[in-house]
Write a protein that binds this ligand. Sequence first.
Ligand code: FEO
Length: 395
Amino acid sequence: MKAIPIAKNIWWVGAIDWNAHHFHGQTFTTKRGTTYNAYLILDEKVTLIDTVYGPFTEEMLQRIRTVLPPEKIDTIIVNHIEPDHSGALPALVKLCPKARIYGSARAGQGLERYYQQKLDFHSVKTGDRLSLGKRTLQFIEIPMIHWPDSMMSYMIEDQILFSNDAFGQHYATSERFDDEVPQETLMEEAGKYYAGILWPFSQLITQRLAEIEKMAIPIKMIATSHGLSWRKDPGKILQAYQRWASNETKPKIVVVYETMWGSTAKMAQKIVEGIHDAGVKFELYDMAQSDRTEVIHDMLDAKAFIVGSSNHDSGILPNMTSFMECLKGLHPKKRIGCAFGSYGWSGIAIQSLQNTLAAAGVEVVQPLLSVVYAPDEGQLAACYELGKKMAALVK
Ligand code: FEO
């Protein structure tokens, strides 16, 4: 449990959560685990940037102890109050009660709510600077990326952007830097993180990225709060965020469905046959068997979504219900979509799918394909045609 140097007199002192399978409750699966990154800076004022999730407090303290006793920390920067980054704060404050804590004004309010104790908290705003001695931190608020309190801290002399959640990945590994792991896995996890957590805030992210660009701060390294830090090519993740935030898509269709007795599945198969014959890339998911985090990641660069369900009671099947609620919260922009499914005596499910697509901001394409009990030859042909039509629209 050692501290790992990331620059002269700056150490990573975070924790690796190898066994995390879920994040944000059960909303996000983390098949590669995650890390909670905290950074220790040795200067006239010994400074810690962020802490770790509460159960990992001892791991963080052990790493800090390999550099100096935690009691010597003078300054704690809280870039974000979410418990995966602030959970160890109460224990740390007990060890170094004289440490001054800095964060956004919203962070101060949030910490009081979470930890119900008076803290020596000082609020900072964009542009404020804090001298640590030889080094200076400059703060950049990034409200709603992804909480109201979120901010980044930029170390002027070392040109390191401590970006907190932004640019991170749920990726547990013994390595600490982008150039030490397979690029495909790194970008997959970064994309999954964006899709599952940051997608709803895309418009704000575009604005904040533009603001950071306008500041013209040289960035040698982006030190994230989850997963790997970007030292070889920080521009790579900045460009990816610009692309994702602008809702740039490819001619690709994601078909997601759930079926009760196989009729909706048959329709889905015919739809993707149509897409395939039209020469367009697609992904097909049975939501009862699929990982929602993977599906949503696949949707990040897809121009169209086609959703299907059998009718169930007075709605759609439960896995699709949960998926559609998530989709609505993501607010995807510049997408088209359509709905299909089967029913026995009430076709409410298919209408409900269409309504949720529209509520999510997806432009709904007709026809709405619904069949009683099982699709006949003519209805399967209509499914095939719908696949071709959607393919033509995304090309
Ligand atoms: Fe990694 Fe928003 O917490």
